[in-house]
Design a protein around this ligand. Structure first.
Ligand code: SF4
Ligand code: SF4
Length: 465
């Protein structure tokens, strides 16, 4: 059996104070000057250790308070209040919510799974992947405990076409070329995010993380310089048909990605000639009607296809359709045509949490490509100031490559453990077996239709009894 794949994590402190969900407002006016002020009774010494971060103008009260509400309830003049931090509420957008961002910061800082405590107050369904629930029927089996159990749960996938059968020579040697399959121990590939205040050290840090994790970092071909090429074994250069491409310095690269465009075939042919040992992937935008394109690509011999939705997990040409359903339909079409194992399907766009990895795979992907989560791991606030050439509030471009790598590894370590937990609870020991296992998930729309569909449509003027 292969040795157990473990991602070693260790706490990596934030470079800036985090934005907390709530803050304390303590009024002085009207204070009775009680002999024993409730502020002195804070068991965490929050008021005694009060300080002001003058660089960020953040009061330490907000970051150190453990939300026990003792001082709020104890002040006889009700001068102390907890309030929602407006800066926290302003983080991100409706997809990259403050909750998702804050939990990603926590994972990148600690390498641990975020735990919300006893009980979950909902919501229990939402758009896209949030309307999918995974089957946790095996959750009580201790041997299948993903992280600590005795059974090994594999999260490894291979990239490329799965051979239908193996052939051997008369002497018993393998008679096919196994070099056209690349194994990665994690069904996750990193990609340079579409925006961000990035410096050379940021790119180097992500390349370092990809190397340590045993996966790949996909990046535009023109971003590869003398320093980054040192990580060539774990780089996926993305080549745009619109840009001139030379073969300079890419010897030793194992996988090259060609962006969809009218010249993609010619570029792919050129790559095959100049880099015969490298595999080629085609990257397409996830749009309506893509199924037919994918089928024809697979039939023409393309063995790795990377589909990219929007950063909020929807189709590029239709914001009302979630990528979830399109991935399912592509997977099922490939199965129907008997060519599912001829291709590795990677999907990206809007995957913001570990559960999205498992859910994308259940819908039919082999693996995923993530971009913005690795930026958020570096304390990004998703303010998009960098897209307007304004200074980054957390100076990401100034971070050391070792810090970038460790934060990224921590995030992926926490995600890996969550994937193990999900698979352990489902009783699945190999992530490749999870692919397309929609029968092991429940979809809100199906449940809603099966439960309430027979009641007919509620129309105006009807009264439910
Ligand atoms: S809410 Fe609790 S932890 Fe926070 S400052 Fe008041 S007493 Fe201290
Ligand atoms: S914090 Fe804002 S400016 Fe900095 S990288 Fe993130 S989105 Fe860009």
């Amino acid at each position: 059996m292969a040795s157990k794949y473990i991602i070693d994590t260790q706490a990596v402190p934030n470079r800036f104070e985090v934005l907390t969900q709530s803050g304390i407002i303590a009024w002085e006016e009207g204070c009775l000057k009680c002999p024993v002020c409730v502020k002195k009774q804070c068991v965490y010494g929050v008021y005694d250790n009060r300080d002001l971060d003058i660089r960020q103008m953040i009061d330490s009260l907000d970051n150190q308070c453990m939300n026990c509400l003792r001082c709020v309830q104890g002040c006889p003049k009700e001068l102390i209040h907890k309030s929602i931090n407006p800066e926290y509420e302003a983080l991100g957008d409706s997809h990259w919510t403050p909750y998702v961002i804050a939990k990603s910061w926590y994972q990148a800082e600690t390498g641990k799974i975020p735990v919300s405590g006893a009980g979950y107050s909902g919501p229990f369904s939402g758009p896209g992947f949030d309307s999918m629930w995974t089957d946790m029927s095996e959750i009580v089996r201790p041997t299948r405990d993903g992280i600590h159990g005795r059974e090994y749960i594999s999260t490894g996938i291979h990239l490329g076409k799965t051979p239908r059968h193996l052939t051997f020579t008369d002497s018993g040697d393998l008679d096919s070329d196994p070099s056209f399959l690349v194994d990665i121990p994690l069904p996750i590939i990193l990609r340079i995010p579409p925006f961000g205040s990035l410096g050379k050290n940021t790119i180097k840090g992500w390349a370092l993380a990809a190397k340590k994790l045993g996966t790949f970092l996909a990046l535009p071909y023109e971003m590869i310089d003398e320093e980054i090429i040192a990580f060539k074994e774990c780089l996926i250069p993305s080549i745009s048909p619109a840009q001139p491409y030379g073969d300079d310095g890419l010897g030793g690269v194992r996988l090259i990605e060609v962006l969809w465009g009218k010249n993609w075939k010619a570029i792919t042919r050129q790559i095959t000639e100049t880099h015969p040992s490298a595999m080629t992937a085609i990257r397409l935008p996830l749009v309506g009607g893509i199924k037919e394109t994918v089928l024809s690509l697979v039939n023409s011999g393309v063995s790795i296809i990377s589909l990219e939705g929007t950063s909020n997990g929807r189709l590029v040409d239709d914001n009302s359709v979630f990528m979830r359903d399109t991935i399912r339909s592509i997977h099922l079409a490939l199965v129907e045509h008997g060519i599912r194992d001829e291709v590795t399907l990677l999907v990206g766009g809007g995957l913001s949490m570990a559960e999205h990895v498992a859910k994308a795979i259940i819908c039919g992907a082999d693996g995923v490509v993530i971009d913005l989560p690795i930026l958020i791991a570096l304390e990004c606030r998703m303010c998009r100031r960098c897209t307007k050439e304004l200074p980054c509030p957390v100076e990401i471009d100034q971070a050391a490559s070792s810090w970038v790598a460790s934060r990224t590894i921590n995030l992926l370590g926490a995600w890996h453990n969550q994937i193990l937990e999900i698979m352990g609870a489902m009783g699945i020991r190999d992530v490749r077996r999870l692919r397309g296992e929609a029968g092991r998930a429940m979809f809100f729309e199906d449940l809603d239709r099966n439960t309430f569909g027979s009641l007919g449509e509620v129309q105006e003027g009807y009264e439910l009894e």
